[in-house]
Design a protein around this ligand. Structure first.
Ligand code: ADP
Ligand code: MG
Length: 240
């Protein structure tokens, strides 16, 4: 699905934390968002997943604009993967239970088969169904979180620092998995990370956020080569 974000504005009380952000992602594309902590990256993603209560501007998928009132149905093709799979997976539920919990999955039927397919998509053994999150490694837990995002057949994955909590070698495994999945399932990605290497691995285009604004958009190649103009982008490159 294509994504169009135009002049997105989000405030919490008196404070505007997203101040007119615009970008587009083509079908099957992969857009990265970088920027320092607190710049509004997660807030943008949450709005795109339909998790924010209110926002202004345009959020459109395949040229169809999201209505302003709460409409979970509009966002059903959009799933989010969070940084800390331990925090987002219920500690006292088996993987089987965690994966069958989405109400959407039940409406779609064939829950058992969907779980089996999702586990094999993320290269986890079927026996992990009967395990609890603490019995898995960090990388395996993030695979479960990705399986949960995939299970309802999304067209768009929003990845919020999906590898930040993982060891470097495991990071590479998860990035390769995400890269393969995007190609196989023709998914469209928006990924947030403070790590430019991680962004360069998976994304073709990158937006740089500072204090609620997207101050520069460049290709990942230009970012790698240092072909950037905004001082903040240059600073991010120096720091990484
Ligand atoms: P990032 O992901 O770039 O680190 P966030 O989008 O999480 O930044 O947060 C942007 C700003 O909005 C921060 O100052 C944060 O404290 C504030 N913020 C985020 N969520 C809420 C909320 N639910 N209520 C009030 N302030 C929030
Ligand atoms: Mg964040």
């Amino acid at each position: 699905m294509t994504i169009e974000i135009h002049n997105l504005r989000i405030r919490f009380g008196e404070r505007e934390v997203v101040k007119g952000v615009s970008f587009k992602v083509e079908e099957g594309g992969s857009f990265g968002i970088v920027g320092e902590s607190g710049s509004g990256k997660s807030t943008v993603l949450r709005a795109m997943a339909g998790l924010n209560t209110s926002w202004m501007g345009r959020i459109a998928f395949n040229d169809e604009a999201a209505p302003q009132h709460r409409t979970p149905d509009f966002f059903r093709k959009v799933q989010m993967v969070f940084q800390d799979p331990y925090g987002s997976l219920h500690p006292r539920q088996t993987i089987d239970r965690i994966l069958s919990e989405l109400p959407l999955v039940h409406r779609m039927g064939d829950v058992d088969q969907r779980i089996a397919r999702a586990l094999s998509d993320v290269a986890l053994p079927q026996s992990s169904r009967f395990r609890y999150p603490h019995q898995l490694s960090g990388g395996q837990r993030q695979r479960v979180a990705i399986a949960r995002a995939l299970i309802a057949d999304p067209r768009i994955l929003l990845l919020d620092e999906p590898t930040s909590a993982l060891d470097v070698s495991v990071q590479a495994e998860i990035l390769n998995l995400l890269s393969d999945l995007r190609a196989e399932r023709k998914l469209t990605y928006v990924m947030v990370s403070h790590n430019l290497g991680v962004i360069a691995h998976l994304c073709t285009d990158v937006g740089v956020m500072i204090d609620g604004q997207m101050v520069e958009q460049v290709t990942a190649d230009d970012l790698r080569r240092g072909n950037v103009t905004h001082p903040h982008t240059q600073e991010l490159r120096r720091l990484s």
